[in-house]
Ligand binder design. Structure first.
Ligand code: SF4
Length: 271
């Protein structure tokens, strides 16, 4: 039996853009792993994507259209055919267009796991042809994109490897362990070279009274307090973060006041 190999990229909206390799036998994928030749991927995929074969062939995966039977939230669905599903969607869209015009249809979608072709090419052509309203896209990141553009003049992202030439790295509102894991080995390498790393976390919640700032990093200080008075900082596990930072020779400092949000700044020296 011959094995076909397909090289592609992970479809997630993730800056790592990992290269993946899929092996197919008799029309069925039998292996899925990191593309060993991809420079950023480095031979490993994250925990979300590594088990993709299991997702694709899972018996509970949705594989055919379902139509809700009964009230919303009732959890009752009936299986229908593809032709019937497409005909019903087209019928409802035609009725909206006849009554209100095509602009009354708003395609609400962005990246997620769509990949570039679905996200930016195929869908745009379809919606443009239909005359539907246009979404700015980037439902979750538009504000951040504007802020970066206003601050830096452009939305440019340097190659990961440039961090090795940085003397100070500020990670602002971002957790690369979770959302850019292939950046982490480079970050650690930069730290070993002598780069200082500052992690700044902010929220715009109700804030914490100045007197409470010192107390919320004391272990177990929340015990026995009225839950209504427990500040949000304690929920971030700040006592643990502070202890770990100090073990590594770093510091955790907090800034807040009632009505002024909360900022935690973790300053770690070179490793
Ligand atoms: S780290 Fe995970 S989600 Fe990100 S590109 Fe790689 S495999 Fe995809």
């Amino acid at each position: 039996m011959s094995t076909q190999r397909f090289y592609s990229v992970c479809p997630h909206d993730c800056p790592d853009t990992c290269g993946v390799l899929t092996e197919v036998e008799d029309g069925r994928a039998v292996a899925f792993r990191a593309d060993p030749g991809h420079p950023v991927t480095g031979g490993w995929l994250c925990a979300k994507v590594n088990p993709y074969l299991g997702h694709v062939y899972h018996p509970d995966r949705l594989q055919h259209p379902l139509r809700r039977a009964g009230p919303k939230g009732g959890g009752r669905w009936e299986r229908i055919g593809w032709d019937e599903a497409v005909a019903e969607i087209a019928r409802r869209w035609r009725s909206i267009i006849d009554e209100h015009g095509a602009a009354a249809i708003l395609p609400y979608s962005y990246s997620g796991t769509l990949g570039l072709v679905q996200m930016a090419v195929a869908s745009s052509r379809f919606w443009n042809r239909l005359g539907a309203s246009r979404l700015l896209r980037s439902i979750c990141g538009a504000a951040a994109e504007r802020a970066v553009q206003a601050t830096l003049g452009a939305r440019r992202s340097p190659p990961y490897g440039h961090v090795l030439d940085s003397r100070l790295v500020i990670i602002w509102g971002h957790n690369p362990v979770s959302t850019a894991p292939h950046f982490m080995p480079l970050l650690r390498a930069a730290q070993r070279k002598g780069t200082r790393i500052v992690l700044r976390i902010e929220d715009n919640g109700p804030g914490v009274a100045t007197d409470d700032l010192a107390r919320i990093v004391e272990p177990f200080e929340q015990l026995g307090r009225d839950p209504a008075n427990i500040s949000s900082g304690g929920g971030l596990g700040l006592p643990l973060v502070k202890a770990l930072a100090e073990l590594q020779g770093g510091t955790l400092s907090l800034e807040s006041a009632p009505g002024e949000g909360f900022t935690a700044i973790l300053d770690m020296p070179a490793a």
